[in-house]
Design a protein around this ligand. Structure first.
Ligand code: ADP
Length: 255
């Protein structure tokens, strides 16, 4: 269980980026954090693996305060995937995937076997191991990014807008494939997005953020059945509104 308790973050002058955020993420859950740009989603995510430190409050993982863990060790135990894929350009796909296992002192043979296994898992295959990032499409690069994050067999994955830079088809495909990987490996995933369709399709639970606070948490069904306020209602309504606008545009163009 990941627990955020009364978390606050000030970056300096101005309103706090995060205010009194309390959120429980059970082991095995697929939690999506959604909200408009600047609502504090990335800040909340980055506090879990101590990329940043809170101004107030605590984060615990299985009842252990993350401040009692060495940040570097913590980040090796927790997979992290972000929008700007961030593969090292001068390393091959296989070398990128093998970074953490090598840092952990695995033998070359064990690393190579793990790289092949992960390339299969993200449906690329071993032939991709020797390619450089620039020889890969955006979707393939993000598959490598996911494989790299999974390399040391973390039980937790943090994902910050992982599919936002991809074209819509690749994005849908990779989203549902990642959800299958989450289920197969029994991961706990916390994914930040601003796309409600993605949230509704992928999440077990959704936390809706606005102005540095969580305004509602629940299953997709609970949120749709009873949005806490007009803001949540309007956010939940975006997929339907877009579909309706599209329908009208198509009718207009065929008239
Ligand atoms: P989101 O992920 O929802 O877009 P963020 O967590 O990135 O939101 O940002 C929340 C608020 O904190 C915003 O007002 C943003 O400008 C501010 N912020 C984020 N990171 C920093 C930083 N490193 N320094 C100063 N302000 C920041």
């Amino acid at each position: 269980m990941i627990e955020l308790r009364d978390l606050g973050k000030d970056y300096g002058a101005g309103a706090p980026a995060l205010r009194d955020v309390t959120l429980s993420i059970p082991n095995g859950a697929f939690m999506v954090v959604i909200g408009p740009s600047g609502s504090g989603k990335s800040t909340a995510l980055s506090l879990i693996n101590r990329l940043i430190e809170p101004s107030r409050g605590t984060v615990t993982i299985d009842d252990r305060d993350v401040r009692d863990s060495d940040p570097v060790e913590l980040r090796r135990r927790i997979g992290f995937v972000f929008q700007r894929i961030g593969l090292f350009p001068h390393l091959t796909a296989g070398e990128n995937i093998g970074i953490t296992p090598r840092l952990l002192g695995w033998s070359a043979k064990k690393v190579a076997a793990r790289v092949d296994e992960l390339l299969e898992l993200v449906r690329l295959g071993p032939a991709y191991a020797d390619r450089l990032p620039q020889q890969l499409s955006g979707g393939e690069q993000q598959r490598i990014g996911i494989a790299r994050a999974l390399a040391a067999a973390p039980s937790i994955m943090l994902m910050d807008e992982p599919f936002a830079a991809l074209d819509p088809l690749t994005r849908d495909e990779l989203g549902s494939e990642y959800r299958a990987i989450h289920d197969r490996l029994g991961l706990t995933t916390v994914m930040v997005t601003h796309d409600m369709t993605e949230a509704l399709l992928l999440a077990d639970r959704i936390a809706v953020m606005r102005d540095g606070t969580i305004v509602q948490t629940g299953t997709p069904q609970e949120l749709v059945a009873a949005p806490a306020d007009d803001f949540v209602g309007s956010l939940l309504d975006t997929p339907r509104r877009r579909a309706e606008r599209l329908r009208q545009a198509m009718q207009g163009s065929s008239a």
